[in-house]
Design a protein around this ligand. Structure first.
Ligand SMILES: NC(=O)C1=CN([C@@H]2O[C@H](COP(=O)(O)OP(=O)(O)OC[C@H]3O[C@@H](n4cnc5c(N)ncnc54)[C@H](OP(=O)(O)O)[C@@H]3O)[C@@H](O)[C@H]2O)[C@@H](O)CC1
Ligand SMILES: Nc1ncnc2c1ncn2[C@@H]1O[C@H](COP(=O)(O)OP(=O)(O)O)[C@@H](O)[C@H]1O
Ligand SMILES: [K+]
Length: 491
């Protein structure tokens, strides 16, 4: 799985790779620039655009200069905008500058008229991960001017101004796309930076996985290629029992919809048998909406150990009898999934956290998480608290949102790559609860269940989004779950 490294570790890795492989930093820059161009050709028709490359004094600027050379014969025109005299720029910048053909027009930013057409593409190669202070002076002036103008904007590696591992202080380039090298930089996951990064794309720079895997920072980026190995395989003789027997608790009066969504999602994820425990008055609706589901009676609730996994919380309400909730947690000795009101109740009575079975999976969105741990001032702090929480209570903490993170009891943090803004719709969290509970019930260990659940859920959201964009509702996400298994070739 791809590691996410801190800015300092990236520098170390690059230096080691260059030293050990006998390749020069210039060659590495060339490889990064070439791979950027491949991405560019896949996303734009070069001949339809003029290109304006703003190049800072370091190697990010050097990338920009190399890209200007590589694309100059394909695009309508290329202008390279420079801030500094060449003597003040990095060695690899200068070497690339000397290789510029005549087709690239070079202009100093202070002589530029900043007049763009709608189809013009602005490449931000001002600063990359080497930024070490907030931008000011001419850099800030240019970035603010670019942010105010209409054009297609692409940031190289990271939008200029944003530090690799920290929250932005001051101003930064606002991109429509960020094309980041090798792996996403940590700060690209912060919601504070969403207006700056646009859509994030990762491109390779030619460092092999075997070399990359020597560098670990306990942070990982979960991608499609990681998923098949996490799945359990079933065979022709597998029976209902192998696919798990789960019980979902929730659905108070008026909120049975949450249970309808969770239980349907569990069935679509492959659950063998799904029971729900809901308010009596809601039975009829539940059984009409999802005939495949069984409504649990007193007998089933007494014999919880007969179930493979429990999912607790969607639409449960906060009026639940806490001694009933405690008794579920105390009597069940396998990992459970806790969401929504299951979490809100724990926030109301934190003493109950000690009864949560070890290895359980908690799935708060940001507000639910802050009810558990108190307010935070940044996403960076939130992620740190998530990691601490997972360690302290021995649970897997899934912090939902764009780039959902999964913090593990042993201090690792995984960031999901699937999903989109169309999933920000009522009930999509209930779908996730059902999916993860289903995987747990099928005998996946909690890490596998959490990673597969989050990834497939996001992918289902993407598939639904392709058809319905902002018209996506939670039921559409459920309808797309089966297709995620096809897309990933999971039998
Ligand atoms: N494997 C990889 O990752 C590869 C990485 N590559 C690329 O290299 C990039 C990193 O390059 P980098 O280290 O040269 O840093 P970069 O971001 O260009 O900026 C540093 C320069 O800016 C200056 N400076 C800093 N802050 C400033 C400020 N606020 N205001 C004004 N000046 C400021 C600082 O000088 P200072 O003034 O601090 O002395 C220095 O001159 C990386 O993001 C990627 O694009 C690829 O080429 C190949 C493979
Ligand atoms: N912008 C986004 N990008 C990716 N995923 C998102 C985005 N917004 C929401 N989601 C996903 O949708 C789900 C929303 O869950 P939640 O907030 O609990 O919704 P609800 O309470 O309505 O069921 C989460 O899994 C979250 O990761
Ligand atoms: K940049």
């Amino acid at each position: 799985m791809l590691s996410i490294l801190s800015g300092d570790l990236v520098k170390q890795l690059d230096a080691d790779f260059i030293a050990q492989q006998g390749i020069s930093s210039l060659e590495l820059m060339e490889s990064a620039a070439k791979n950027f161009c491949t991405w560019f050709r896949g996303n734009f028709v070069p001949s339809e655009h003029r290109l304006f490359v703003f190049s800072g004094p370091g190697n990010n600027g050097g990338d920009g200069v190399a890209i200007a050379r590589l694309l100059c014969h394909e695009v309508k025109a290329v202008t390279l905008l420079v801030f500094e005299e060449k003597e003040n720029c990095s060695m690899d910048y200068r070497l690339n500058f000397e290789r510029l053909p005549d087709q690239v027009e070079v202009t100093s930013v202070d002589k530029f008229d900043f007049k763009f057409e709608e189809t013009d593409i602005v490449l931000d190669a001002i600063f990359g991960v080497g930024i070490n202070r907030p931008i000011d002076g001419v850099y800030r002036w240019v970035v603010e001017k670019l942010n105010a103008l209409e054009a297609i904007k692409v940031a190289i590696d990271i939008p200029s101004g944003i530090p690799a591992d920290d929250v932005l202080d001051g101003e930064a380039f606002k991109a429509d796309h960020t094309v980041t090298f090798q792996f996403p930089k940590f700060s690209l996951f912060f919601p504070e930076h969403a207006v700056y990064t646009g859509k994030v794309h990762v491109v390779d720079i030619g460092i092999p996985d075997t070399f990359l895997s020597r560098y670990q920072d306990n942070k990982y980026f979960l991608q499609a290629k990681d998923i098949p190995a996490l799945h359990k395989r079933f065979h022709a003789f597998s029976h209902k029992g192998d696919f798990g027997k789960i019980m979902l608790f929730g659905g108070s009066l008026g909120k049975v919809g949450a249970m309808v969504l969770s239980s349907k999602a569990a069935l679509r994820t492959g659950s063998g048998l799904v029971h729900v425990q809901i308010a009596d008055a809601e039975r009829m609706i539940m059984q009409t909406a999802v005939p495949e589901v069984m409504v649990a009676g007193a007998q089933e609730i007494k014999r919880l150990e007969a179930f493979d996994a429990l999912g607790i919380g969607p639409g449960w309400g906060t009026e639940v009898d806490l001694s009933f909730y405690s008794s579920i947690l105390k009597r069940f000795h396998k990992p459970v999934v806790i969401d929504a009101d299951g979490l809100n109740l724990l926030a109301k009575k934190p003493e109950m956290l000690q009864f949560v079975p070890k290895g359980s999976i908690l799935t708060p969105h940001v507000k639910e998480f802050e009810r558990l741990v108190g307010n935070v001032s940044s996403h960076k702090e939130r992620l740190l608290k998530a990691q601490q929480f997972a360690g302290e209570y021995g649970v897997f903490l899934i912090l939902k949102g764009a780039f959902t993170s999964i913090s593990t009891p042993d201090g690792k943090q995984y960031f999901n790559s699937t999903g989109n803004q169309y999933m920000a719709t009522a009930g999509s969290g209930d779908v996730l609860t059902g999916m993860i509970t289903a995987f747990l019930g099928q005998g996946y260990n909690p890490l596998q269940a959490a990673l597969c659940g989050v990834f497939h859920h996001g992918l289902a959201g993407e598939l639904a989004g392709k058809q319905k964009r902002r018209g996506v509702i939670a039921s559409d996400i459920i309808a797309c779950i089966p297709q995620t298994f096809l897309e990933l070739d999971i039998p």
